[in-house]
Structures are given as structure tokens and as C-alpha cells.
Ligand binder design. Structure first.
Ligand code: ATP
Ligand code: MG
Length: 169
């Protein structure tokens, strides 16, 4: 049984993440998706709660054709212990897929095999760009799966982001 692990903050989950996971699904038997910085929400960098992010991912991957688990993972402020913290919260896995240099380093030091998937149109498909477009009132919907558009509408996510970006005078 080959179980792969993929982690992100998913603020929000977008087509770059979706493309990578569809590729992973072709070679893994099961996928574990870690929702990082799970404790954060209602900030400009991290507008959505971990539960909302779980909903986005679960709905967007409904027809993935590979079993997957979505698991919120809170930050611990100790990088040296982070890989063990992740493993304490997830089903066992053989391989981590990540291009984040710190994640790669921490897992390799902990003896976990890591593969770095190729980026998918990274200039447009990034959480930072999507949040920028939401704040600027520009089109962002084309950059995320339709199921994610629906979740963000349901929770009135763009209005939340715009409101928390205002100051109090
Ligand atoms: P932010 O700009 O908020 O950091 P992000 O787009 O980098 O958002 P994350 O949740 O930080 O999204 O990333 C989760 C994982 O997805 C990271 O390993 C990141 O390198 C990867 N990733 C992000 N964008 C893409 C993309 N366009 N194609 C492939 N992988 C991506
Ligand atoms: Mg990132």
C-alpha cells in the first residue's frame, strides 16, 4: 500500500494544488492531505478556517478516483519536531510530495522520502495572487475548481477578506 502525503495551507485551495493531486493520484494507492496552519483564520494571509479548507478540498476532489484523507494540522513553533508532529496526526505514509524547501528539508532529516512535483502555471496559480485578486475586485474564479467557488460563495469569503483588510478608522 503506497500512501502519499501532501501539505499546504490552501488559502484557498486552487487549480495548482488540484493538478498536482491528480498527478499523485495516478501513482499512489491513497493520499493524505495535510491542512497546515490549521489554527489560523480571519487574517489577510489566512482568511479561511481549517474546516472551510477541508470542505473546499473534499468537494473539489470528489471524483479523484483515489481514496484520500484531509487532516488539519496546527503549527507547532519548533521546526525540529515538526515532522514527528505531522506523523502523530496522520495515517502512516511512505512518501511526501512537496516543493517547499523547509518541508523538504524537515522530512528528509526525519528519514522520509520526498518528491518535488512540478509547478503548474505558478505565476497565476498561487494563493497570494488569488487573495490579491479578491481584494482588488478582480476575477479569481477561473483559478480554483468550481466546487471551491461554491464554498467561498457559501461562506461569503470575499466579503470576509475585504472586511478584515480594512482598518478601524
Ligand atoms: P500562498 O501564496 O498563500 O503561499 P500557495 O499557492 O503557495 O499559497 P500553499 O498552500 O502555500 O499554496 O501551498 C501548498 C503546496 O502547493 C506547496 O508545496 C506549494 O509549493 C504547492 N503549490 C502552490 N502553487 C502551486 C502550483 N501552481 N502548482 C503546483 N504546486 C503548487
Ligand atoms: Mg505557499
Amino acid at each position: 500500500m503506497k500512501r502519499g502525503f501532501y501539505i499546504g495551507r490552501f488559502q484557498p485551495y486552487h487549480n495548482g494544488h488540484q493538478t498536482v493531486l491528480q498527478r499523485i493520484a495516478q501513482e499512489a494507492d491513497e493520499i493524505i492531505i495535510g491542512v497546515g496552519s490549521a489554527q489560523l483564520s480571519h487574517t489577510i494571509e489566512n482568511p479561511f478556517t481549517s474546516g472551510e479548507r477541508v470542505l473546499m478540498i473534499t468537494r473539489a476532489l470528489a471524483s479523484l478516483g483515489c481514496p484520500f484523507y484531509v487532516i488539519p494540522i496546527e503549527d507547532i513553533q519548533r521546526n525540529a519536531l515538526w515532522a514527528a508532529h505531522v506523523r502523530s496526526m496522520t495515517p502512516p505514509f511512505d512518501l511526501c510530495y512537496s516543493s517547499n524547501p523547509l518541508v523538504v528539508r524537515l522530512f528528509r532529516e526525519a528519514g522520509v522520502k520526498v518528491q518535488s512535483p512540478a509547478m503548474y502555471e505558478r505565476d497565476r496559480h498561487s494563493g497570494t495572487e488569488i487573495r490579491r485578486r479578491m481584494l482588488a475586485g478582480e476575477q479569481w474564479e477561473e483559478l480554483v475548481p468550481p466546487a471551491v467557488v461554491k464554498v467561498i460563495r457559501e461562506i461569503d469569503g470575499v466579503k470576509r477578506l475585504c472586511q478584515i483588510a480594512q482598518d478601524d478608522h
